[in-house]
Design a protein around this ligand. Structure first.
Ligand code: GAR
Length: 221
């Protein structure tokens, strides 16, 4: 039996991805426990989902981390927000940090390299990068006329949506699909993909080789 790993889950909104992780843990096919939920917004419903299960939560509010750029405009200060996030996360001693609809840039400290995952609702390197999150992704997919989309679980690096890919799952895009219909179909894939990637991590089966990930078999370990 694989020993359960401790997860810190970072989110900004509804927490549907967090809920899916809870459900997989509860049906015992995911050897993990959620040690901490961190939200970048104080009113995120994901915090309520954590409270309902008695899971510790914290808020590191993105709106409080702003700085002025060269022309005097207020822009996000990801460096200082990331510093605060790191303090909160490391205090919970997680084995793995999962971004779950977390709409901020987290600049990782060296000790979390290879220990932070994200799920993106498209097949990276398509439909990703700055401004491509949540519903924007599915609107762009619908407008582009692609026939296939899906989701990607990847390790997080300090480059947006560009870290080593762990696994991808795809689904069709039908001619009359609305962005909402695409989102629902992709989310079904996400519900399988994220627990699968976390399970592979818990089983110590993910080897990062440069910008690629080798998934090793259980027998080889
Ligand atoms: C998921 O579809 C996830 O892929 C997406 O947010 C949704 C979960 O949000 N993440 C991104 O777009 C990250 N680039 P929720 O948990 O607030 O419902």
């Amino acid at each position: 039996m694989t020993k359960p790993i401790r997860l810190a889950v970072l989110l900004s909104g509804g927490g549907t991805t967090l809920e899916n992780i809870f459900e997989h843990i509860e049906t015992r096919d995911l050897p993990a426990e959620v040690a901490l939920v961190v939200s970048s917004k104080p009113d995120a419903f994901g915090l309520e989902r954590a409270r309902r299960r008695g899971i510790d939560s914290a808020v590191v509010e993105s709106a409080k981390f702003r700085k002025r750029n060269d022309v005097g405009c207020l822009i996000p200060d990801w460096e200082s927000m990331s510093h605060e996030l790191t303090n909160v996360i490391l205090a919970a001693k997680p084995d793995l940090v999962c971004l779950a609809g977390f709409m901020c840039m987290y600049i990782l400290p060296p000790e979390l390299t290879g220990k932070v995952m994200n799920i993106h609702p498209a097949l990276i390197p398509a439909f990703c990068g700055k401004g491509m999150y949540g519903h924007h992704v599915h609107e762009a997919v619908a407008a582009a006329g692609v026939k296939i989309t899906g989701c990607t679980v990847h390790f997080v690096t300090n480059e947006y949506d560009a870290g080593p890919i762990i696994l991808q799952k795809c689904c069709p895009v039908l001619f009359n699909d609305t962005p909402d219909e695409i989102a629902a179909r992709v989310f079904e894939q996400e519900c399988e993909a994220y627990p699968e990637a976390i399970r592979l991590f818990a089983e110590d089966r993910l080897e990062i080789c440069g910008n690629r990930v080798r998934v090793t078999t259980l027998e080889k370990k």
